[in-house]
Design a protein around this ligand. Structure first.
Ligand SMILES: [Zn+2]
Ligand SMILES: [Zn+2]
Length: 118
């Protein structure tokens, strides 16, 4: 996401924030972009990947409650998902997997998909 109230014509890197933890984008922290300027940083992605793929946790509310929309792909969540602990933002399993693949291939960062604890 962009920092609220900035001039998009003169947006700087630090005006872009992770939607899930509101961490500023810096050269040291890789981020993966979703639709409409949504962003997830590597640390949120690590937690999301661990929760959903390794621990099989599912943050999606029961179908009886309002549906949640994935912040990155803007689709209604029908698969297991991860919710930001601090904000009402969800990321679906598909987007976690996609973002993790993008990040793992980025040669500038030594990010790897979390693996199960041994
Ligand atoms: Zn984050
Ligand atoms: Zn998604």
């Amino acid at each position: 996401m962009q920092r609220p109230g900035i001039n998009p014509e003169h947006a700087e890197m630090s005006d872009f924030l992770c939607d899930f933890c509101r961490q500023e984008w810096t050269a040291a922290i890789p981020m993966v972009e979703g639709h409409r300027g949504s962003l997830i940083c590597a640390s949120c992605l690590t937690i999301a990947y661990t929760d959903v793929f390794l621990l099989n946790l599912d943050a999606a509310p029961a179908p009886a409650t309002a549906t949640s929309t994935c912040t990155l792909c803007l689709q209604d969540i029908s698969t297991p998902s991860w919710k930001s602990p601090d904000h009402a933002c969800f990321i679906c399993k598909k987007c976690i997997n996609h973002a993790a693949s993008v990040l793992a291939k980025d040669p500038d960062f030594n990010w790897k998909k979390p693996s199960p604890a041994k």
